[in-house]
Design a protein around this ligand. Structure first.
Ligand code: TXA
Ligand code: MG
Length: 316
């Protein structure tokens, strides 16, 4: 596995059907040529990702959208002007020529233009849209720096080193319909921001979510137990645990380690440190991670969605 900043080489690997991990503003992606089904199959294999979970396809230019969808909707123009490049994925009906494996057999496709110059250069130089999930084994923590990928020992041809991701949680995913949007996954583009450009769809949200197989209750989880404050097991030996508060506090006693998501309660900073701290403490000798919930507003919704999924498999 090579790591570096040679984008020409990485683009060549994509063209040849290989796998490249690359930085985006949200998390690192594990990319392959979206139009090459064999290359995309390698993503599923390396990630051990179930084939029913569709991938997001990344573009570097708004006109590339025509390679992926024929759907005409005036909101696409508005949304792309306002939020792209940026942490927003739109799910729209897919063009037939996109391989089925990319969308896990669904007739819709998730598209986004990442706000990272290395990612944009890679896509432009590879001259093809790039399918990329987060560059982690299925169900585990999303990587926000190259070390998080390296430690998983995945069979990847090249990692583009772009340092730490600016945002640190995955993009907002919306389904775009004729009458507006439905949020499928919360992220840095909040509902309020979306509402400034387009209305919410009147469609039944649950019926749409059912068609969206990637949204399982358990996901993004560390390799040791994670408990949310308010839901701790009775016999937890806190002397062996780490406590992660929302804002910095100095009244936490009895824990082996104490840390915080944001010194003064800034949700952007909290989102940025969330996966980073989970990665860090899963490497320490702490037996379990105890974390405080954050306020469930704006970016806090995205953080809480991930926190609950990460803690789900350890629920009592
Ligand atoms: O920020 C991000 O979105 C990162 C970076 C690499 O771009 N990517 C990412 O990919 O988080 P992944 O595969 O870890 O999550 C993609 C999510 C999944 O929950 C998947 O189910 C949903 O997007 N998704 C993709 N295509 C979809 C579709 N056609 N319909 C419904 N949901 C879709
Ligand atoms: Mg993921």
């Amino acid at each position: 596995m090579k790591i570096g900043t040679e984008i020409d080489l990485a683009a060549q690997i994509i063209k040849n059907g290989g796998l490249v991990a690359f930085p985006t503003e949200t998390v690192y992606g594990l990319g392959a040529d979206a139009m090459n089904p064999l290359a995309v199959a390698k993503i599923f294999e390396v990630k051990q990702r179930p084939y029913f979970d569709p991938l997001i396809v990344h573009i570097s230019n708004i006109t590339d959208i025509e390679k992926l969808t024929e759907y005409k909707n005036p909101y696409i123009n508005l949304i792309s002007k306002k939020f792209w490049p940026g942490p927003l994925t739109i799910v729209v009906p897919k063009k037939e020529s996109v391989p089925q494996i990319v969308t896990a057999g669904l007739n819709t496709i998730g598209i986004r233009m990442p706000d990272n110059h290395m990612a944009l250069e890679l896509i432009a130089k590879a001259q093809t849209p790039i399918a990329a999930p987060s560059a982690n084994k299925f169900g585990y923590l999303s990587p926000t720096m190259p070390q998080h990928i390296i430690k998983q020992n995945l069979n990847i041809d090249y990692i583009i080193d772009g340092g730490k991701c600016k945002i640190g949680v995955e993009s907002t995913v919306i389904r775009l319909l004729d009458d507006g949007f439905v949020i499928l996954r919360n992220g840095a583009i909040t509902e309020e921001m979306l509402l400034s450009v387009l209305p919410k769809s009147k469609i039944d949200v649950l019926s749409i979510k059912k068609q969206s197989p990637g949204h399982m209750p358990s996901h993004y989880s560390p390799n040791k137990p994670l408990y949310i404050v308010g839901n701790l097991p009775n016999n937890l030996d806190i002397k062996q645990c780490v406590y992660i508060s929302y804002v910095k506090r100095n009244d936490i006693e009895g824990y082996k380690y104490v840390d915080y998501l944001s010194e003064k309660g800034n949700l952007l900073e909290a989102a940025n440190r969330f996966f980073q701290l989970l990665h860090y403490y899963e490497e320490t000798d702490a037996h379990a991670i105890v974390i405080e919930p954050v306020p469930e507003e704006s970016l806090g919704k995205a953080i809480m969605e991930r926190m609950r999924k990460a803690a789900y498999r350890f629920l009592l």
